[in-house]
Design a protein around this ligand. Structure first.
Ligand SMILES: *Cc1c(COP(=O)(O)O)cnc(C)c1O
Length: 368
């Protein structure tokens, strides 16, 4: 076994590049005397709302809470159905389950990783209350078509943008197409904190204040509780860190875009399934995912060449033990099941060097 030469993602390098500014931000928050809420959180919320072209941003504890509180703010709960992608990180489904609603999976089109609009339409029933599309791997879904469909059926749209900070559709940033957009600042995301963090963005003032209240024990005025909320707030130290990192997000996304362009050009015509890039989409390449029926062999060959790859995701939510109660079986969602067997995420990130990219490409060429 050779030593690891290309890590999948180098989080420590992200810290090192901005070390002086990040250390300064952490100290500033520490010395401020505000340890819950306060100016660091308010300032980040204003900056992130502006960045995502949304009127409001409310910080919460993490991405899963952002999704869950968004559903609660729309009064979605027991007896309701929410359409989710069959191929996604399980958090999308868990949020729906957390409010007592039922996740109803819609499949991607066969050449895409993102949920397909026609497949969403087939899932609509009289119980459907919302559509929860995911901008998976940093590639925007066809959100305009989804919002049009939702409007026609009187449904809410809650976007899971945990992997899509900075992504655009027709020149407009993800952040306010749907009724509410949920974000994660988990360290490995395109905009990542030094710990957990999350937010919602929206143009709807009522949704924004309801999420803020729900995340603060259901209270807008101290010791007066309007409903049974939770404790889920964005930490001021993380907000200070995120304010620094937000300034570099576009530049770091550009580095990801350069790497993706190299992968797409070098790997074209070799028989791998490559990411589908619609003309209207400006993706931010949270992940660069290829497909091949020989995935496990390819991953082993890359591993022995010192290249770390990951699988997003090896078991689709409907086949997880956690979702046995839904009664879905192997064969029920064939696209998601095929993707689980064939996807492979190549090294990707703003600190992946060009020499490393060239090396990954050369090993892939030798494997093709
Ligand atoms: C990371 C992620 C989440 C959850 O975010 P956390 O901050 O880890 O709770 C939700 N959905 C998707 C698609 C994600 O990638």
């Amino acid at each position: 076994m050779s030593e690891l030469r290309v890590p999948f993602l180098d989080l420590k390098a992200a810290y090192s590049e901005l070390r002086h500014e990040l250390d300064e931000a952490v100290l500033r928050a520490s010395r401020s005397g505000w340890y819950i809420g306060g100016p660091e959180v308010e300032s980040f919320e204003a900056d992130f709302a502006a960045y995502t072209e949304a009127k409001y941003c409310v910080g919460v504890g993490n991405g899963l809470d952002a999704l869950t509180l968004a559903l609660r703010a729309l009064d979605i709960g027991a007896g309701d159905e929410v359409i989710v992608p069959s191929h996604t990180f399980i958090a999308t489904w868990l949020a729906v389950s957390a409010v007592g609603a039922k996740p109803v999976p819609a499949e991607p089109a066969s050449a895409s990783y993102n949920v397909d609009v026609a497949s969403i339409e087939r899932c609509i029933t009289s119980k459907t209350k919302a559509i929860m599309p995911v901008h998976l791997f940093g590639m925007p879904v066809d959100i305009d078509a989804i919002c049009t469909l939702a409007k026609r059926h009187g449904l809410a749209v809650i976007e899971d943008a945990a992997q899509a900070h900075g992504a655009m559709v027709g020149g407009k940033k993800i952040g306010s197409h749907g009724d509410v957009v949920a974000w994660s600042f988990y360290p490995g995301k395109n905009l990542g904190a030094l710990g957990d963090g999350g937010a919602i963005t929206t143009n709807n003032e009522a949704i924004a204040s309801r999420v803020r209240e729900l995340g603060n024990y259901g209270s807008a005025v101290k010791y007066l509780n309007n409903e049974r909320g939770v404790n889920s707030r964005l930490d001021p130290i993380q907000a200070a860190v995120l304010s620094v990192k937000l300034k570099y997000l576009d530049e770091w996304n550009k580095r990801r875009q350069n790497i993706a362009a190299i992968y797409s050009q070098a790997l074209a015509g070799l028989g791998f399934g490559l990411p589908n890039e619609p003309a209207w989409a400006e993706p931010v390449w949270h992940l660069y995912v290829v497909t091949t029926p020989g995935r496990d062999v390819l991953q082993a060959r890359l591993q022995s060449a010192g290249i770390q790859t990951l699988i997003h995701y090896p078991v689709p939510p409907h086949l997880q033990k956690a979702y046995q109660p839904l009664g879905l079986k192997v064969g029920d969602l064939p696209v998601a099941e095929r993707l689980a067997k064939e996807v492979l995420s190549l090294p990707m990130g703003p600190h992946l060097g060009m020499e490393e990219v060239d090396y990954v490409v050369s090993v892939l060429l030798a494997c093709a």
